[in-house]
Design a protein around this ligand. Structure first.
Ligand SMILES: *[C@@H]1O[C@H](CO)[C@@H](O)[C@H](O)[C@H]1NC(C)=O
Ligand SMILES: *[C@@H]1O[C@H](CO)[C@@H](O)[C@H](O)[C@H]1NC(C)=O
Ligand SMILES: *[C@@H]1O[C@H](CO)[C@@H](O)[C@H](O)[C@H]1NC(C)=O
Length: 444
């Protein structure tokens, strides 16, 4: 045990040291302090068995109960040694670090029948997939602060296949569980962990602030349904960087609630930075929406490297959403092979029920996209606003989307007002408003 704790300690020191080296590269390190935890316990002290067969629910719940109730000064680190720890879903608590050693795997049981249900999110009014409650996320945090999930690239495995099959056969009863959800929480760090085979979205911070997610790997098959990588939702001050994401749906999608429920709840997503993300997906690399009803503003995404994509950059909303999408800056995106380079659309996504207000039109304003390089991109771009709410202040500069055989060399636009500079192929006339160059360059 002591040798093990010493190595945890050594690793923590190295981690802090390398994070502080940070030289000229901008990072999110330091935004949320990485606390050193004096008090350390191991899952094996609570009966945990990493044989891949024993169900460890009691061990996780007991260890976390101990952290919650003993309240050791500076919080507690829960160490997961190498091994495969099968468990049902569990709740985290405040002031804790979940530390996965190299070779540690926390694996979800595949018991969909006894999976706990929780209330729908108020900003969605119902489960995202089906009316009523929703299955609790595999690892869940509600009303917490100061939580770290880290280690030496151990794995959190959702074994999502059974859930994907329920979805495919249309026999799901409620909305599938996320792999990790933090709700109403703050000061969260997720780093150096591998997430795989989530039943639904992978990492879902909702109504959160001060969230840092970096140096993570997120993997799910390309045909796995709705396995979004990271979905900051009605959350502020979020930083996501230096990660590899390859899943069956959007790599990062910023959201803020759904139609009349999201409008009533009124919680925007703002001040979100996404940087140095690499990945691949049949859907979007950087997505905003389609649930945008609480409003989405002040978003920066930069240095994004994508391959084999559906869409490189996708901003999507719909009638009935209300809210807004404004002050979005996306730059330095490289896309190798995609159906669309850039797509901004006002007709995307379904509605929670028939009571949405068709006159609640989103406002989309101030979208700046700069330095995008694409090769083998089938359709360069499409920007389709709403008749009663044209998208304005759309500014594109230094964009080169190279096609291949049988590609559409033109942009498709409607109900959009904007400017462009050095965009190839040449954009539609709606994006050639005069005064473009000064407007574009002042944006960055
Ligand atoms: C876990 O948290 C959820 C949501 O806050 C709650 O409904 C549930 O009872 C908790 N489960 C346990 C075992 O504490
Ligand atoms: C874990 O993976 C991340 C992301 O790929 C990488 O940056 C980091 O160096 C790895 N850490 C360890 C301890 O292997
Ligand atoms: C924006 O978020 C970052 C963390 O990503 C934080 O450091 C900064 O203070 C926030 N800015 C504002 C205006 O809240």
């Amino acid at each position: 045990m002591w040798r093990l704790l010493a190595s945890v300690l050594l690793f923590s020191c190295l981690f802090v040291y390398s994070a502080s080296l940070g030289d000229s590269e901008v990072t999110c390190s330091g935004i949320v302090p990485l606390r050193y935890r004096n008090d350390k316990i191991s899952i094996t002290d609570y009966g945990g068995v990493g044989d891949g067969r024993t169900v460890n629910t009691k061990a996780f719940r007991a260890a976390i109960y101990r952290i919650q109730h003993l309240k050791r000064r500076g919080g507690t680190l829960l160490y997961i040694p190498p091994g495969v720890y099968l468990t049902e879903s569990f709740n985290l608590t405040s002031h804790m670090t979940l530390y996965l050693a190299k070779g540690a795997v926390i694996k979800a049981v595949q018991d969909t029948r006894n999976w706990p249900l929780i209330d729908p999110l108020p900003s969605y009014g119902r489960g995202r997939e089906l009316p009523g409650g929703r299955y609790m996320s595999f690892i869940h945090g509600d009303g917490l602060r100061d939580v770290v999930i880290t280690g030496q690239n151990g794995t959190i495995d959702g074994q999502g296949e059974v859930w994907w099959n329920l979805w495919r056969s249309r026999t799901l009863k409620y909305t599938r569980p996320n792999l990790i959800e933090f709700k109403d929480s703050k000061e969260i760090i997720i780093s150096n962990v591998i997430f795989q085979n989530s039943p639904f979205w992978n990492i879902h911070p909702v109504y959160c602030s001060e969230v840092v997610i970096h140096h993570v790997t997120i993997l799910a098959p390309q045909d796995s349904p709705n396995t979004d990588g990271i979905d900051p939702d009605s959350s502020v001050n979020v930083c996501i960087e230096d990660s590899f994401i390859s899943t069956g749906d959007d790599l990062v999608a910023i959201k803020s609630g759904w139609d009349q429920y999201g409008i009533a709840y009124g919680r925007p997503s703002s001040n979100i930075t996404i940087r140095r993300i690499t990945g691949s997906s049949p859907f979007a690399g950087i997505a905003i929406g389609s649930e945008t009803s609480g409003g989405i503003k002040n978003i920066v995404a930069e240095h994004i490297t994508l391959s084999n994509m559906g869409v490189g950059v996708n901003i999507k909303t719909n009638i009935g959403r209300g809210g807004y999408i404004k002050n979005i800056k996306i730059s330095n995106v490289y896309v190798d092979t995609a159906k669309y380079g850039i797509k901004i659309a006002g007709d995307t996504g379904d509605h929670p029920d028939a009571n949405y207000n068709p006159n609640a039109l989103p406002v989309v304003k101030g979208i700046h996209i700069k330095n995008v390089w694409g090769v083998n991109v089938r359709k360069a771009g499409s920007i389709q606003g709403l008749k009663g709410s044209p998208f304005t202040g759309i500014c594109l500069s230094e964009i080169n989307l190279h096609g291949s055989l049988n590609t559409y060399r033109t942009w498709k636009c409607s109900d959009v007002i904007g400017t462009s500079l050095k965009v190839s192929p040449s954009p539609c006339s709606e994006l050639r408003t005069t005064g473009g160059s000064s407007f574009c360059s002042s944006a960055f």
